[in-house]
Design a protein around this ligand. Structure first.
Ligand code: ADP
Ligand code: ZN
Length: 743
């Protein structure tokens, strides 16, 4: 028998063993896709090992079809998936699925079909393939090739048709491999369409700090060995320019570059800058691409036609043949963590990939995560610091407004404080721009009856419903499960007409800004306002073009943007995150405030930030206002040490779901009971089980426990062993290694 190990798309499953029937002369290589039976279904899996083991007395099933002669996933990416599955206690197939391009599970349309499809809709460019020796052709075909020979960059199919070359001729030439047909829509950027225009200025002089940082990083990259550098540069210190120049050097030396960003649409200028420097040799994986477009891009990366890949979390699996540099921009950003299986952290996977490839990793941030900064201070990473903004622009001056004073003077309903209102007014008069941040969407955070006290809670989750403005009236919606209902005029319980809304979110801020400043052009950016594809890009480019004066939004407006005309940033409620029972609450607050304040004063005019808070004395707010990262890190590390929280220890979180609370608790107790003897032998602690902070979610009850220790391998192996012995329980347990959120 010829056995192979296949990762299949079935949750939690390890790779399965199959026999390759003799009708296939060759064993499918590692990374090839195969069709295999699982139970009664046929699925497409990926070969992950040869010489697979077989339990005594079992007969393997046959591979039904081999889909690739060559590896589809590069073997280095298969290895990376193996690491992800092991480290994050996920199924092998789950990890492979994360690395596959969209559409790879459908069988590939034949090449001919794809060419025919591409020439059918008229948007494509046709180009003569280089070094084609020309075989026997019809007169029409020869004529077409002559026209194309004179146009090395290709011609639109429509132009060819005008010159008498029919679509049929093009298709025949394409099928014979003589011309390349490319759908131009693949190559166009949503940012170009939106008019985002950033061109590279090659003559620009680096600041002395930038030059020194680039020198250090170039030396690291030149060693062609695995290294990690943390580029800690204040907001506006010009990190992007360093990424670009380093990327050029690494690419000139023949290796590829991967640039990871939290969300492409939030960093359009980075993409545009790289596009202007690398042209078509940069692949940008943004959400506006269709599956087909993404798939084509993926193939070009795999064939080595791409020098730079810019993408989000999942780009860490991009099939680059020889990555020499991986940059993780805004490395502290929580969107690098995938909140479904496999629950990987893109930054950490990037580091593992670089280690295997002998590549350099550059982690960039103005507010590094506690984890990364600790690794930098302990000498594990090289620390490169940029202390100043380019052209010595000052950081924004930050003013704290104590909202308790505002409430005392202006009443409890005040949302925009007097100092913030005055400051907005000034900016509007000077035709400068304003960002207003509130990290909470919706109009109001709760509805209750003043007579009987009834509240509108989600029937499926332990949260109150958020009120949104609807076309007519109000709609209350759960932000976890999307349950919603119209807010009635009278109470559902006592019929009294005294329903009242409490709390406020971005929708209310937007309304208040409009009311107070009727002359201002106002827009809002949050997950509700940008649901439509392309909406975010278009809002941001309108803001960049000066068509919007005040942009209200959630943390989406705090990330990496570079809008030179913004001179004021208002933070409505700096303490939104501080009330959460999460040990990272102070870190998140510090990061958010520092980042959003960093959006002000990036142009010629100096910037100002006004921070409204109920806790003006809290260290995360105080230190963010002074933009004192080091002060915050030192202080926070004392807290983490004292409480034995990451980064001083590692955490593994397990959530057990059940139909009833008792069922979930019983199961969790049993898992913990089986873990205890292992924990005793090893050196980790088990905390819990206890009801999860979100005790019910989407109708299920949730109980959780934590493992806490310094040796992750011990903790995850113990969990794996115990869960493997309880297969019926496994489906109801969510394991999160290095959880970012413990709510
Ligand atoms: P960061 O990512 O560190 O917050 P950016 O890379 O966005 O900062 O740079 C901030 C601004 O400074 C950008 O508009 C950028 O074009 C500009 N910039 C960067 N380097 C230089 C330089 N050497 N000289 C002049 N302007 C620069
Ligand atoms: Zn719900």
């Amino acid at each position: 028998m010829r056995l192979v190990s296949v990762a299949v798309p079935v949750p939690f499953l390890d790779a399965l063993t199959y026999n390759v029937p003799d009708s296939y002369p060759r064993l499918p290589p590692i990374g090839a896709r195969v069709r295999v039976p699982v139970g009664k279904r046929m699925v497409i899996g990926c070969v992950v090992a040869h010489d697979a083991a077989l339990d005594a007395g079992t007969t393997p099933r046959d591979v039904a079809a081999v889909l690739d002669d060559e590896p589809y996933l590069p073997p280095s990416v298969v290895d990376l998936c193996a690491w992800v599955a092991d480290y994050y206690v996920a199924g092998y197939g789950d990890a492979i699925a994360a690395a596959m391009p969209p559409g790879s599970r459908r069988q590939d349309a034949s090449k001919t079909q794809r060419i025919v499809a591409a020439t059918a809709h008229g948007l494509e460019t046709v180009r003569l393939k280089p070094d084609t020796t020309i075989p026997k052709l019809t007169a029409k075909q020869r004529e077409a090739l002559e026209i194309l020979a004179a146009a090395p960059t290709g011609l639109p199919a429509a132009t060819l048709r005008d010159r008498g070359v029919t679509g049929d001729v093009i298709r025949r030439l394409a099928i014979r491999g003589l011309v390349a047909v490319r759908d131009e829509r693949d190559e166009r950027d949503p940012f170009e369409r939106a008019g985002m225009d950033v061109t590279r200025d090659e003559s620009r002089l680096l600041t002395p700090e930038q030059a020194a940082a680039l020198e250090t990083l170039t030396t690291l990259a030149g060693a062609r060995e695995f290294q990690v550098a943390l580029l800690h540069g204040v907001t506006g210190s010009g990190k992007t320019e360093i990424y670009l120049r380093l990327a050029e050097r690494v690419s000139a030396a023949g290796r590829q570059v991967l640039l990871m960003v939290p969300e492409i649409a939030l960093t359009p200028s980075v993409s545009a800058l790289f596009r202007s420097a690398f042209g078509p040799r940069v692949a940008i994986q943004h959400s506006a691409l269709s599956d087909g477009e993404r798939h084509d891009q993926w193939q070009r990366i795999r064939r080595g036609e791409i020098d730079v890949v810019i993408g989000t979390r999942s780009a860490v699996f991009a099939p680059l043949p020889h990555p020499g540099l991986i940059i993780v921009d805004e490395e502290h950003d929580t969107s690098y963590k995938q909140e479904e299986s496999p629950r990987y952290h893109g930054r950490d996977v990037a580091i593992v990939r670089a280690r295997a490839a002998g590549a350099v990793v550059v982690l960039g941030s103005a507010t590094p995560s506690m984890e990364s900064y600790q690794n930098a201070t302990s000498g594990k990473y090289t620390l490169v610091t940029l202390e100043r903004r380019v052209l010595d622009r000052p950081l924004a001056a930050v003013r704290i407004v104590n909202m308790r004073d505002e409430y005392a003077d202006e009443g409890p309903d005040i949302v925009i404080s007097r100092p913030l209102a005055t400051a907005i007014e000034e900016r509007l008069q000077r035709r400068e721009q304003v960002l207003v941040l509130l990290n909470r969407r919706g109009y109001a955070t709760a509805v209750f009856c003043r007579q009987c006290g009834d509240t509108f809670d989600c029937p499926n989750c332990t949260v109150s419903l958020t009120v949104h403005r609807a076309r007519k009236g109000w709609r209350a919606r759960c932000h976890y499960c999307n349950y919603s209902l119209d807010v009635p005029k009278t109470c559902r319980k006592c019929a009294a007409p005294y329903l009242e809304q409490a709390g406020f979110g971005t929708e209310k801020i937007e309304q208040q800004v409009r009311e107070r400043f009727p002359q201002a052009r106002v827009a809002r950016v949050d997950r509700d306002s940008v649901r439509r594809k392309g909406a975010l890009t278009s809002l941001l480019s309108r803001f960049a073009a000066g068509e919007i004066d005040v942009l209200v939004g959630t943390q989406m407006i705090a990330k990496g943007h570079d809008f030179p005309r913004v001179t004021l940033v208002g933070v409505i409620s700096a303490d939104v995150g501080l009330g959460l029972a999460d040990f990272r609450a102070a870190e998140r607050t510090f990061q958010l405030l520092t980042q959003v304040a960093g959006r002000a004063g990036r142009g010629e005019q100096t910037g100002e930030a006004i921070v409204q808070t109920l806790y003006p004395g809290h260290y995360s707010i105080q230190l963010a206002c002074r933009q004192d990262y080091r002060g915050f890190f030192d202080r926070e590390l004392v807290f983490r040490r004292a409480m034995r929280y990451p980064p001083t220890v590692a955490l593994v979180n397990a959530v057990i779901r059940g139909r009833t609370f008792d069922e979930a608790m019983r199961t969790a107790t049993e898992v913990v009971r089986r873990l205890e003897p292992v924990a005793g032998r090893a050196s980790f602690l088990i905390l819990g089980p206890a009801p999860a902070p979100l005790g019910r979610l989407r109708g299920e009850h949730r109980v959780q426990f934590f493992l806490k220790g310094t040796r992750r391998a011990e903790m995850r192996n113990a969990l794996k062993e115990v869960l493997a012995a309880m297969p019926e329980v496994r489906r109801r347990v969510t394991v999160d290694v290095d959880p970012l959120s413990v709510l």
